[in-house]
Each structure stands twice: as structure tokens, then as C-alpha cells.
Design a protein around this ligand. Structure first.
Ligand code: TXA
Ligand code: MG
Length: 344
């Protein structure tokens, strides 16, 4: 299949929208990462998304809408909390998991009775959804398991020949995916951290939010391990199905070095020297202290850049933030490294 590259002109967006209306797949820019669009209410179109990405079919999709009020088509009930969240954060990088209406097909929600909804903060994305005239399923537009795409070129590298079109909309402002917040229960729960933090959400709704337990669980650990390292036991089911899959992995081996800043720096230098002596090509990811927003913006792009340069081993310095934007980046960093961590 030939993949057509579109620009963000009105004419191109109209043409791309027509493809979506006819059940095709078009990748589009958002403020977080590029998404792979398909009509979210068309089972066949959504099925093609799983195939193009090589994505497990029980991993549900986020449904993207162009007007906040369109959430009413997808869910039967909006609580005061949900309305406050929408007023404060949409359009923007906050995805809300809500009860679904039957109009949303099983294939979109992975068979769950909930649906994840968001209104992206990107003019081309909003225009595309509007023109398509239907909500768009939009998982990140990468091959399943590889780093999320933050530039059009990343989408071309992964999905060229597998989808109908790509809207080339420049660099994504945020760089990591949206915060996913489950608002179906008594306590709003963060299933995936992002740049909208627990603190931001609490300030808006005046209530505590929780993190899903799976965010503190290392999937490779044995069940007998203690506390944070306790593993996903046999019956452990994360509330966000995507959490259990291998994610964001660069082609290179990757190790995260965690600890006090100076020690992290010198351990990275030491490991780099050792590995270079053995003939390995070593890449280092070490963000400025407390530059969490910048780290979010650069992280996935850095992984892809290092793969392009043929790096064999990536050494990454852990960030110190425990529940803000740095925590969201650490969630991706640990997964990228397959929880391969050195503590100094
Ligand atoms: O920023 C983003 O959210 C990007 C852009 C393109 O909008 N999209 C994105 O989609 O990251 P995806 O499919 O790569 O990640 C969606 C995450 C997965 O972890 C999935 O398991 C979770 O959201 N999810 C989707 N529907 C859910 C539901 N009903 N309940 C719980 N988790 C859900
Ligand atoms: Mg993804």
C-alpha cells in the first residue's frame, strides 16, 4: 500500500478525512505524540489499526473527539468531577476513562465496559476529526513495542506502506502520551502518568486522586519480592491493559542508573568507558537536573535517534521527581529499559 504524505492545509486535511470516512487509516499529529487514526465506531477500520501496529487486540484505544460535548455520544453519564476536568484540561493531554455507550464497539475498547476519551490540543487533529465527522481511535502511531512517535518522520519510519496516509504536522509539543485518568470509580485513578500531574488534577477537582497500583509494580519481579518490587502475580490484572505489554523499547540494550546525581554521573562514565573498551557503541541519556518538561519532550526522540546511529547500549540517568512530570518520564524510561536498573 502506498502511504500518502499530507500537509496541514485545509485541502489536505479534507482529503485525509475522506480516507477515514471510508474506513482507512491516517496518522495525525497531536500535542503529545502522533496518533494512528481510524473511525472509532467502525469495527473493521479499528481492526486494521491493530493489524498495522501489530498491537495485541485486548489493548483498547483512546477515542479522540473534536468538541468536548461529543463525549456525550460515547458515555451515558457525566459526573460533576468529569465536567470540571473537561473544563480545566480540554483540549489537552488528559484522557478520561468513562462508562461506555453500546455505540462504541468492543474492538475499540478491547471488550471493556469503559471507553477512554480525549480531545487533543492540536489544530490539525481537531480539524481532521471534525471533517471526518466521527470520533477517531488513535493509538500512538508506532509499531507496537517501539518508542512513541513525536515527529512525522518517526511515523514514516514505522508505518510507511502499512497505512493510507500521514499528516505531517511537525514536532509534538509534549513528547509523551496523555495522562490516563479513570473516573468510573469513587476515587479518580491515574492509570498512566503524563504531563498533567496528580497535583494538577487534585487542584482542579479539590479531591485526592490515586495512582493505579500497577504503576509501582515491576512486571519482571517475582511475586515473593517485597513492596515496590512485587511482581504481577498470576491473577494480577492492571486496569489499563496496555500496562502489561513490552513498551517503548529501543533496539539497543538499555540500562537506567538510579541514585544520587553525582554518583549517577560517574557510574555512567565508568560503564561507558568499560563498554567502549569492549567495542560497544554507547549512547547516554542524562537530562539536566529538574528539566522534566524537556526530558518528556526529548525522551522518545532520543531513543529513536540512538537506534538510527547504531548505538548498542544506552545508559540513562534516572530522574528524581516522584509524582510529577519526571515520574511520567520515569514510567517510560523504566519500561524502555525492560526494568534493567543499576542503583548507585
Ligand atoms: O497521548 C495519547 O494518549 C496518544 C495520542 C495519539 O492521543 N495516544 C495513545 O494511545 O497513547 P495508546 O493506544 O498508545 O495508549 C492508550 C492507553 C493504553 O495504555 C490503553 O491500555 C489505555 O490507554 N486505555 C485505553 N482504553 C482504556 C480503557 N477503557 N480502560 C483503561 N485503559 C484504557
Ligand atoms: Mg502507545
Amino acid at each position: 500500500m502506498e502511504t500518502k504524505i499530507f500537509q496541514t492545509t485545509d485541502e489536505d486535511i479534507k482529503e485525509a478525512a475522506a480516507i477515514l470516512r471510508n474506513g482507512g487509516l491516517v496518522a495525525f499529529p497531536t500535542e503529545t505524540v502522533y496518533g494512528l487514526g481510524a473511525n472509532a465506531l467502525d469495527e473493521e477500520a479499528v481492526g486494521k489499526v491493530y493489524a498495522a501496529k501489530g498491537r495485541p487486540s485486548d489493548n483498547p484505544m483512546i477515542v479522540h473527539i473534536a468538541r468536548a460535548s461529543d463525549i456525550g455520544q460515547l458515555t451515558p453519564m457525566l459526573s460533576a468531577t468529569i465536567v470540571t476536568l473537561i473544563e480545566n484540561f480540554w483540549p489537552g493531554p488528559l484522557t478520561l476513562v468513562v462508562k461506555r455507550k453500546p455505540i462504541v464497539p468492543d474492538v475499540t475498547t478491547g471488550g471493556l465496559d469503559t471507553v477512554a476519551v480525549r480531545m487533543p490540543d492540536n489544530a490539525a487533529a481537531l480539524k481532521l476529526i471534525e471533517e471526518a465527522g466521527c470520533p477517531l481511535a488513535g493509538p500512538s502511531a508506532n509499531l507496537s513495542g517501539s518508542p512513541s512517535p513525536t515527529k512525522a518522520q518517526h511515523v514514516i519510519d514505522d508505518l510507511s506502506g502499512r497505512i493510507d496516509g500521514i499528516i505531517s504536522g511537525g514536532d509534538c509539543r509534549v513528547g509523551i502520551e496523555s495522562t490516563v485518568l479513570d473516573v468510573t470509580g469513587d476515587v479518580p485513578t491515574i492509570l498512566r502518568p503524563g504531563i498533567i500531574t496528580a497535583e494538577n488534577i487534585e487542584a482542579a477537582i479539590g479531591r485526592k486522586v490515586e495512582y493505579d497500583k500497577s504503576l509501582f509494580v515491576r512486571p519482571d519481579a517475582k511475586p515473593q519480592d517485597s513492596s515496590l518490587d512485587a511482581g504481577f502475580g498470576e491473577d494480577f490484572r492492571p486496569r489499563s491493559p496496555g500496562m502489561k505489554y513490552k513498551h517503548y523499547a529501543p533496539k539497543a540494550q538499555m540500562t537506567v542508573i538510579e541514585g544520587q546525581r553525582d554518583k549517577v554521573k560517574s557510574e555512567i562514565e565508568r560503564l561507558k568507558g568499560l563498554n567502549e573498551k569492549l567495542g560497544n557503541n554507547v549512547g547516554v541519556i542524562l537530562f539536566e537536573e529538574k528539566a522534566f518538561i524537556e526530558a518528556a519532550h526529548d525522551f522518545f526522540a532520543d531513543l529513536r535517534e540512538m537506534d538510527k546511529q547504531g548505538v548498542d547500549l544506552i545508559l540513562a540517568g534516572a530522574l528524581s521527581d516522584v509524582d510529577g512530570v519526571g515520574f511520567a518520564v520515569m514510567n517510560r524510561m523504566l519500561k524502555s529499559a525492560g526494568y534493567n536498573i543499576v542503583r548507585v
